[in-house]
Design a protein around this ligand. Structure first.
Ligand code: FAD
Length: 214
């Protein structure tokens, strides 16, 4: 669908990381792991980028989590970092089929702003009576309150620094059970490391749900 959406809240959830909540347009339904295309006018041109849901469900509002890379990030993430409640932008979507789909156990591997779908999918799995494990790599971790809450609810959460090798933490998270779904969210370098780690642990990277942020 195409719609115009208004921001209802912005929270800084870590260094250079913002959770942005929007009023849900009529008719929008989406699952955590799907993404929407948000757009605005910058210097007279329409600019739009994709952002993945970081709320476990879509109700009256929904959320995305935006990471700003001070060195590589560009104009759209800078625009989002400065938005305030009431700002409107265009929305298209939802897109993507690499989303939570009722798996009994979720293992979510996240790099940088991939932590948004990671917390959303883990929360949703626990809400539905399932199990969750998160392996999150970032020099400056975000969403720590939601990660702590997940630990308290019984999820396994490993937070690794940006240079960490994923092999052992991914091997520890994977059980190989029949109802286990493996998810990967992040920029290209992280996705490559995560899929290598799945294979090294004896898992099947082709069966994982993978969303590459670029
Ligand atoms: C399917 C999909 C889902 C996405 N979901 C999210 C999401 O949930 N949250 C989110 O923050 N971004 C997400 N992205 C990335 C997002 O769409 C933008 O590309 C990003 O915000 C940068 O936009 P920009 O205009 O600021 O910079 P651009 O000028 O478009 O990009 C500049 C360069 O910086 C790199 N880059 C930008 N930000 C980062 C970062 N934080 N870490 C590492 N490299 C970076 C990009 O790869 C690119 O090469 C997603 C992308 C895709 C394709």
């Amino acid at each position: 669908m195409d719609a115009t959406v208004a921001v209802t809240a912005v929270d800084e959830v870590g260094p250079d990381t913002y959770a942005i909540r929007f009023e849900t347009p009529e008719g929008l339904t989406a699952e955590p792991g799907q993404f929407v295309k948000l757009g605005t006018e910058i210097d007279g041109e329409h600019v739009a980028r994709f952002y993945t849901l970081s709320s476990p469900t879509v109700g009256e509002t929904f959320e995305v989590t935006v990471g700003i890379d001070p060195e590589e990030g560009g104009e759209f993430s800078a625009f989002l970092a400065a938005v305030e409640p009431g700002v409107e932008m265009t929305l298209a979507g939802p897109f993507g089929d690499q989303h939570y789909d009722g798996e009994g156990r979720v293992v979510v591997l996240a790099g940088g702003p991939g932590v948004g779908p990671a917390v959303a999918i883990a929360e949703r799995a626990l809400d539905e009576g399932g199990e969750a494990a998160v392996v999150y790599r970032d020099d400056d971790p975000a969403h720590e309150a939601r990660l702590d809450a997940l630990r308290e609810r019984g999820a396994t959460v490993a937070v690794l620094d940006g240079a960490a090798d994923l092999t052992d933490p991914v091997a520890d998270a994977l059980t190989g059970s029949d109802d286990e779904g493996v998810f990967v969210y992040g920029f290209g370098e992280f996705v490559a490391d995560a899929t290598d780690a799945i294979e090294a642990a004896g898992g099947d990277a082709d069966a994982a749900k993978v969303e590459n942020f670029g």
